[in-house]
Design a protein around this ligand. Structure first.
Ligand code: ADP
Ligand code: MG
Length: 672
C-alpha cells in the first residue's frame, strides 16, 4: 500500500518520507527509530546524583533570568517534587520564562548536582507524556512526533496484514514476541521495556533469516551436488607425501583428508584452511593441487600481492621438483609476449598450475580444465575479484587459506556456507614465544638481551611505531631508531632498515641481506612483509607497541615463531591509558590467535578485519554482529538443528524456506 493513498497523510509528510526512501506502509512500519530516549519519570529518592534522569513536579513560582553573556542566559526557579523542594537551573531557555507559573506541571530531564536540592536541567516540557519513550528518527521535513502519529494510525489500520515468519514453536521456545507485537512495540512503544522486547524479536528474526540463507547454500551444495567428482590418483598423492622431508602433523593429516574428500565428491568444495603463518598450510594446498593434477585437471593459486606470488611460485616449484608438473607465474610484471604464450598453454592444457595475482581473473585467462582454485589470504581480495575467478566455472572446488585467525563470531556469520579446517599445532618442536610487556624505563634490559642473542649468533627484528598514519613521522622515527641502533651495536652487529618508502626491489635487497645473515638487526616500520621466513631470527622488539592493534602484534610475533631456538617478543610502551595497557597485557599472556582475534574484533569492529565491502554484505538493520554475539551463537545453533532435523523443510517453516530458496536462486543466477 502506497503512503500517498492514505487520507490522513499530508503531501508534505509523503514527500519528506519519500525522500528517505519510504514509500509504502510496509516501508514505514519497518523503518525503525535510530534511537529511543527514555523519559520514564523517576522518583527523586531513586535518582543517582550526576546521572541523567527525568523528574517531574509542580512549579513553586516564577523564574528569574540572568544574562551572563551575550549568548548565555541562566534561568532558575523552584519546583516541588514529591515534597522535595528543588532549585532548577537551565541555560539558554529564557524564552520559556513566561510559561513557568505557580502550580504548573513541569517535567525536567537533567541531573542532580552535588545533592538533591539542585537540579541542572537540559530539557523542560509542560505536557504529561502519553509514552515514556520518545523515538528519534531524524528525517528532514517531518518531526519525530508526526512520524509516530502516522505510524500509530497505520499500525492499527494494517496490523492484520503483517506476516509472521517465525513459527509459534520458536516464538515460545525463545520467549519472543509475535511479529505483530514487535512491530507495535518498536513503532509506538509505551515503555523502554517494550522497545527491548521488540528489538530482541526483530534481531532474532533477522539473524535467523540470514543464517538460514547461508546454511541453505551449504545444504544444497552438499545434498544436491552439481560439481565434478575428481578421480585423483591416490597412489601418486601418497608417494608425494612419503617423499616430503617431514611427516605431516596430525592437524595437517586431517585437513588433507577433508580436502581430498571434498575434491573427490561431486559437490563443490568451499573450504577454509585456517592456520597461522608457518603452520604448514602450503604443503596441504600442494597435496590438493597434486591430486587435481593427477586427474588431468588444472589448478590455480591466487594471492593478493606480487611478492607473495613470487614466493609461492618458488615454494611450489621446489615442492613439485620431482613431479612432472608445469607451473607458471602470471603477474602484471610479466611481458605481454610471454603472457600470450602462457595463456595459450593454459588454454591448451599444457600448464598444470598457474600462480598469480589479480591478473588471474582477467577475461582473456581461459583454462582448459580448471579443477581447483586455491586463494591465499582471500579476505584481502574484493568480493567481485573472488567471484570472477571461481566464476570461471562456478562449481569449481575452492580452497581458501588464511593465516588471520577469524573470530568465531565472523566465522559463523560471514563464512557460514564454508567448511572450515584448522591447523592448530605448529610443525616441528617450535617453542612458545616468550612475550614480555615492558615500560620504556626498562628498555635497557631488552637492549642487553639483544646483545646477548647476537653474541649467540641470533638475529633480531626491531619494529618502529606507526604514528597516526603519518608516513613522514614514521619514516623519521624509523631512521632515528636505525641510527641509534647502529651506533649502539656497532661492535657486534650490522643493522638494516626497511620501510614503506622503499621500492619492492630495495626491500627485497635488504630482506636478502637479513636472510643470509649479512645484517643481524632489521629495523622496520610496522608489519614485515607477509611470509618472511628467517629461522635464525629469535627476537622481535616492538617499540610503542600500544600503537598497534592486537592482531597486528600477534602477527608480528609470529615472525619469530618459526625458530627452533627459544624466541622472544618484547612489547615496549609508555602508554598510560587503561585500554592500551589491557590490550598489551592480553597479548603478553595469550598466544591463542583465536582468543586474540575475538578481542581484536570487539576492539575494532568487523569492517576493519574483513574490509567494509565484505562485512557490508551482512545488511543487518537491527542486529549487530559484535553486540549481539551471544544471540548470534544461539540462533546459529537453532539453524543447525533445523537442518539436522529436516524441520526446516516442513510446512511450518515454509515462509523461511521460500526466502532461503529464493536467495539461493538469485545468488546462483548472479554467478552464472
Ligand atoms: P604456512 O603456509 O602455513 O605459512 P608453510 O606451509 O609455509 O606454512 O610451512 C612453514 C614451514 O614449515 C615450511 O618451511 C615447511 O616446509 C615446514 N613444514 C610444513 N609442514 C611441516 C611438518 N609437518 N613438519 C615439519 N616441517 C613442516
Ligand atoms: Mg605460506
Amino acid at each position: 500500500m502506497e503512503l500517498n493513498t492514505l487520507d490522513f497523510m499530508t503531501s508534505k509528510d509523503v514527500l519528506a518520507l519519500k525522500r528517505s526512501g519510504i514509500n509504502t506502509v510496509n516501508d514505514l512500519l519497518t523503518f525503525y527509530p535510530s534511537r529511543f530516549v527514555n523519559y520514564t519519570v523517576v522518583s527523586v529518592n531513586e535518582c543517582i546524583i550526576g546521572e541523567n534522569v527525568t523528574i517531574d513536579g509542580i512549579c513553586e513560582g516564577k523564574a528569574s533570568v540572568y544574562n551572563a553573556k551575550n549568548n548565555l542566559s541562566i534561568m532558575t526557579f523552584y519546583i516541588d517534587s514529591e515534597g522535595y523542594n528543588i532549585k532548577v537551573t537551565i541555560f539558554n531557555r529564557h524564552f520559556l520564562r513566561t510559561k513557568i507559573l505557580y502550580g504548573k506541571y513541569i517535567r525536567l530531564t537533567g541531573k542532580f548536582d552535588k545533592d538533591y536540592t539542585k537540579f541542572i536541567a537540559s530539557e523542560i516540557s509542560f505536557d504529561e507524556l502519553t509514552s515514556d519513550v520518545v523515538s528519534v528518527y531524524n528525517v528532514k521535513g517531518i518531526t519525530d512526533k508526526r512520524i509516530r502519529e502516522i505510524k500509530e494510525k497505520i499500525y492499527y489500520k494494517y496490523s492484520n496484514t503483517l506476516i509472521d515468519f517465525l513459527p509459534k514453536e520458536i516464538q515460545e521456545k525463545y520467549n519472543l514476541l509475535s511479529y505483530d507485537a514487535a512491530i507495535k512495540f518498536i513503532n509506538i512503544p509505551d515503555t523502554i521495556e517494550e522497545v527491548e522486547l521488540a528489538r530482541k524479536r526483530l534481531k532474532f528474526e533477522e539473524i535467523l533469516k540470514y543464517q538460514l540463507k547461508v546454511k541453505y547454500m551449504l545444504y544444497v551444495r552438499k545434498n544436491y551436488p552439481e560439481g565434478v567428482a575428481i578421480a585423483y590418483n591416490p597412489n601418486r598423492v601418497d608417494e608425494f607425501i612419503k617423499k616430503l622431508p617431514f611427516t605431516l602433523t596430525s592437524d595437517q593429516e586431517k585437513c588433507k583428508n577433508d580436502i581430498l574428500h571434498d575434491i573427490s565428491s561431486r559437490y563443490k568444495m568451499n573450504r577454509l584452511l585456517q592456520g597461522e603463518v608457518g603452520s604448514g598450510k602450503t604443503v596441504v594446498a600442494a597435496i590438493a593441487l597434486l591430486a587435481v593434477v593427477s586427474a588431468n585437471y588444472q589448478g590455480a593459486i591466487m594471492v593478493p600481492t606480487e611478492v607473495l606470488a613470487n614466493q609461492h611460485y618458488y615454494t611450489f616449484k621446489k615442492l613439485f621438483e620431482k613431479e612432472n608438473i608445469n607451473i607458471v607465474l602470471l603477474t602484471s610484471s610479466i611481458l605481454s609476449k610471454e603472457r600470450k604464450l602462457i595463456l595459450k598453454q593454459l588454454e591448451e592444457g599444457t600448464v598444470n598450475i598457474i600462480i598469480g595475482t589479480h591478473s588471474l581473473f582477467q577475461k582473456d585467462v581461459i583454462f582448459n580444465r580448471l579443477g581447483l582454485v586455491v586463494t591465499d589470504e582471500e579476505h584481502r581480495f574484493g568480493v567481485r575479484q573472488r567471484v570472477s575467478l571461481v566464476g570461471k566455472g562456478y562449481l569449481i572446488d575452492h580452497l581458501k587459506m588464511s593465516a588471520t585467525p577469524i573470530p568465531r563470531t565472523l566465522a559463523i556469520s560471514l563464512l557460514g556456507d564454508s567448511d572450515i579446517s584448522f591447523i592448530k599445532t605448529m610443525p616441528g618442536h617450535k617453542k612458545e614465544v616468550i612475550t614480555k610487556y615492558l615500560d620504556y624505563s626498562h628498555r635497557h634490559m631488552v637492549f642487553e638481551h639483544i646483545r646477548e642473542e647476537i653474541k649467540r649468533g641470533r638475529q633480531i627484528y626491531i619494529i618502529t611505531p606507526m604514528i597516526n598514519d603519518s608516513d613522514v613521522m614514521d619514516l623519521k622515527n624509523a631512521i632515528d631508531v636505525f641510527e641509534n641502533t647502529k651506533r649502539y651495536y656497532q661492535d657486534v652487529a650490522k643493522v638494516g632498515l626497511i620501510h614503506g618508502k622503499l621500492s619492492a626491489q630495495e626491500k627485497k635487497a635488504v630482506m636478502d641481506q637479513f636472510e643470509s645473515n649479512e645484517i643481524q638487526i632489521l629495523v622496520s616500520t610496522s608489519v614485515i612483509e607477509v611470509g618472511v621466513n628467517v629461522v635464525n631470527a629469535t627476537s622481535i622488539v616492538i617499540l610503542d607497541a600500544d600503537r598497534f592493534g592486537i592482531a597486528q602484534l600477534h602477527q608480528m610475533r609470529g615472525r619469530v615463531r618459526r625458530s627452533d631456538y627459544q624466541s622472544y617478543c618484547f612489547l615496549i610502551s609508555k602508554a598510560e591509558n587503561e585500554t592500551a595497557i589491557k590490550r598489551l597485557d592480553l597479548v603478553e599472556k595469550t598466544s591463542d590467535g583465536f582468543v586474540l582475534a575475538e578481542a581484536d574484533l570487539l576492539n575494532r569492529g568487523a569492517g576493519d578485519i574483513f574490509g567494509e565491502r565484505q562485512t557490508g554484505n551482512i545488511d543487518f538493520k537491527v542486529a549487530n554482529l559484535i553486540e549481539d554475539k551471544d544471540l548470534l551463537e544461539e540462533v546459529n545453533e537453532l539453524a543447525d538443528s533445523l537442518f539436522a532435523s529436516k524441520k526446516f523443510f516442513t510446512d511450518e517453516y515454509k515462509l523461511l524456506l521460500d526466502m532461503a530458496h529464493n536467495n539461493y536462486q538469485q545468488t546462483k543466477e548472479n554467478l552464472e
